[in-house]
Ligand binder design. Sequence first.
Ligand code: ADP
Length: 657
Amino acid sequence: STRIVKDEAPVVEEFFGRRRELNLLSSVKEPVVVIYGMAGIGKTTLAAKAFPDALWYPVREGDSFEYFTWQLGLHLNRLGYRGLIEYLRTGNTEERELFEIALEGIDETGAVIVIDDFHRCRDERLGRFITFLAERMKRGKAVILSRERPKFGILGSFYLKLDGLDVESSYRLLKTKRGNVDVRDFAEIYRLTRGHPLALTLFSQAYPGRVETAAENFFEFLLEEVYSRLSDKEKFLLQVISLFEEPLEYGALKKLYGEKSLFPVLHSLLRKGLVERRGGVYFLHDLIRSFVERVGEVEGGEYYRKYVEYLMEKGEETAFISAFRYALMLGDEELIKRLVELRLRRFKGLVRSFKGPYLKVLSAGKGNPYVDLELGHLYFQNGFFEKALDIWLRVEGKVDGVFKADVLTSIADAYLEMNRLEEAEEYLKKSQEIAKASEDPEVKLWYYMTLTKFHYYKNEPEKAMESAFMELKILREIGGNPELEALVLLHIGDINSWMGKPKEALKYYSEAVDVARLHGIPFFENLAHMELAKVYYHLGDYEKAVEHSSKAAEYFKRMRNYRRAVDTLAYRCVSFIGSGELEKAEEDAGEMIRMGQGSNYPLAWAGYIFLAAVKNLKGEPWEEYLILGREKLRDNRHLYEAVLEELNQVFDVSAFG
Ligand code: ADP
């Protein structure tokens, strides 16, 4: 895979001592393990040796808990547990729910998470989450590395303070890196370093030298010694790497340093212990990085630009987000424009699928019209239509070309969501002009997508259908956008069912299922299952209705998407009534009611009404359930009537009086 491997444990090639610690770590019963000690003492190395398959999460200044949960979600997804990442993608972030889903995922996969540099963490939720895990986790493990001793309580946490290596291991480390070391010198080196492995590594490069002067300003002295002995090429490569906070892939180093002589220079720095490798990526220890930064003369700009190019060529969502971060750091307007255009064309779904990480990066660029355009999309995705509209109206006059086309349809879309149809139409006209004049199929596509929605809101099914087919046609010509294709197929299904053409609706919903399944888009796949269930119910095919609603219900429950789960359960419940499976119908009704108690989603109270119907059919007392249902839906007359109407297909509601 070519993704940026930031989340793998470092590879440990040379490892000395620590037998006692390794034994301890392999037999620890507590789910949370805390390893603490000073910088360079060997926390990362020890944890990597003990937990080579862990998810590696280095805390960076300014990282939020959301960012962490996204990384965890992606990792669990790779291990086969999809729940967390899908939960995040639906936009839910209720703390307790999030904790519980994450816990479920960790326990189900037996994942090990290492949180490195925990002392940098400023978001209290991460600490709370670890405490939560400590008290409940069964199979997984969380390993926390920190310079200071953090407090997660006593229950479920094991604390290990790390000191230097023992005499023998220190000697072996020095000898391996340096060859022969005079025994008297070694005694002095050990006295000074007390087995601190990074200090020993540096000594091995500064030796032989004036050991005794090292007493003060220990690292500074060592680093200067070591640095001054490097070749110009080695210094240069170190400086380039030090510009980046994140670990770099070999390919990136080639782009940054140039292909020629990279390998031997990198190899030599690795051997000297100045550069470290983790998975396929290279980085510097904090202490070394800050030293090199201080003595460095290389300006970042040129290299950040090269790195952005490298990331853009990768054509991946995570690389794209990373590239955006550097473009903002550079404040390079052209680069920012290119990136936003790339997002609009190639990564449409990113504002949904990587909402958290993208928002984090964009917040650094507020005020730039292209960044604001993107922030608008994120607000919109989160349902803040007014906020999105505000920001887009301000952006409108500041951008041209594809950006203008996007902002106009986006504004129309926001007006539609807010039910302001006249303003929506006005902006749709503006966007039509651009679409007509443009050769760009995507610009046309955006226009038709909004137009379809407009006709939908205006209650004009024929026109909506015509426009939706234009969307599908353009989409298939452009190719490579299964997520949008699935969505458009769903819309065509909706319009057909709205026009009273159930057979046609079934056809398009089924196509949506196929496209979504083929490309691994479970949310749309299950949305389509839910729609299929509805249509089959109306056709009186209760067996098929149950089949499809069962798939969708199971999925939405797992996602804690209670609204959709209730919608789906409602159709399954009435389908069970239709096929005379009263016990199962009763179970579903009960489950709807329980979800109502948790979520207060009004349709859930239809569970009482369905329960009344079931009890009535079974010849049991039913009246009190109907009273409860009516009571709960008292302020929702419309909904109450719609529920009765749906139910009437399988149960004579006149029995309710
Ligand atoms: P920390 O995470 O505590 O800051 P690291 O684990 O990064 O420290 O270790 C600092 C340096 O010392 C690294 O270059 C690492 O390779 C080396 N090192 C640490 N522990 C050992 C060990 N047990 N054997 C060999 N080298 C080690």
